[in-house]
Design a protein around this ligand. Sequence first.
Ligand SMILES: Cc1cc2nc3c(=O)[nH]c(=O)nc-3n(C[C@H](O)[C@H](O)[C@H](O)COP(=O)(O)OP(=O)(O)OC[C@H]3O[C@@H](n4cnc5c(N)ncnc54)[C@H](O)[C@@H]3O)c2cc1C
Length: 320
Amino acid sequence: MTSSANPAPSILDRLSAPHRGPVPFSVEFFPPKDAEAEARLWRAVRTFERLGPAFVSMTYGAGGSTRDRTVRITGELAAQTTLLPVAHLTAVNHSIAELRALVGAYADQGITNILALRGDPPGDPLGDWIRHPDGVEYAEDLVRLIDDLGDFHVGVASFPEGHHRAPDLDHDTRALVKKLRAGAEYSITQMFFDVDDFLRLRDRVSQADPEQGAKPLIPGIMPITSLATVRRMTELSGSVIPPDVYARFADAAGDGAEENREAVRAVGIDFATEMARRLIAEGVPCLHFCSLNFAKATSEVLERLGVDTSSVLPATSAAR
Ligand SMILES: Cc1cc2nc3c(=O)[nH]c(=O)nc-3n(C[C@H](O)[C@H](O)[C@H](O)COP(=O)(O)OP(=O)(O)OC[C@H]3O[C@@H](n4cnc5c(N)ncnc54)[C@H](O)[C@@H]3O)c2cc1C
């Protein structure tokens, strides 16, 4: 049981608090591999700190040294910044006892917001899922496990195009509803390319269970700055990039051996801004930016959305 005199706010608290710009926003980081990458992460963290995100999240990789670094850095985000961190936690390769210990390690650092995920098999994310013999089968089980441990605020993942392992969209919608009924307070979507997919997911959840449909469904957006990144992200997640969207990026990349990064980046900022504007018009509670540990592209999108970024953009103009 967590027992802090000043418990951290929940994501729901943050989404209903005053915010800059037309809608709250949040930022996703991933654990850096080495000291240089860690320094870059901290530059991005300090930049975003000035823009006031509702929360930031740190993804989770199951490998031993990455895991320790992830827990440490997420703790540092809580202790050394004004940001509210959400720790992603996956069930991959973990027994229930290990999962409990990890949740305890986060709680010891004052982190009570956790995104409960099943995770993917290490090595081949699209390979067969094998449950740890003493672990959990679905994210739904992890939601319950975390909730049972104390005063945590748990979120889950959702998939506008459907999860790559789900036989169909209805199955996947039911899986999301189960996670929400198990106690998840909100969900964050995988990045997607078609706003209609997001809106259809929102409708399906509301139809399946209006009470769960009322919980925040937060769209994940990635300001794309390279075609190679788009390809890698879609390969890893099994998501599909619509041909017209791909053509937009491919045209910008050009036919040369090296893609035209500047042109691709410009399309990426335009595309993310267009998606964000439409999502805001559709009343989303927050925009969750997959930053890849860089601040500049997301800051540019935020600026176009009307967020005051003047304290940030000139200072980061050398960054990506
Ligand atoms: C916002 C976001 C953040 C992420 N962060 C990370 C991260 O930090 N680290 C990482 O390794 N991965 C991360 N992932 C990837 C995620 O772990 C994978 O996509 C994984 O394959 C699915 O995780 P899940 O939590 O949605 O699993 P689950 O909800 O357990 O779903 C897995 C599959 O089982 C089905 N299913 C779920 N519940 C049931 C049920 N009760 N009965 C029958 N079928 C069911 C679902 O339809 C789905 O096909 C993230 C994904 C998103 C969208």
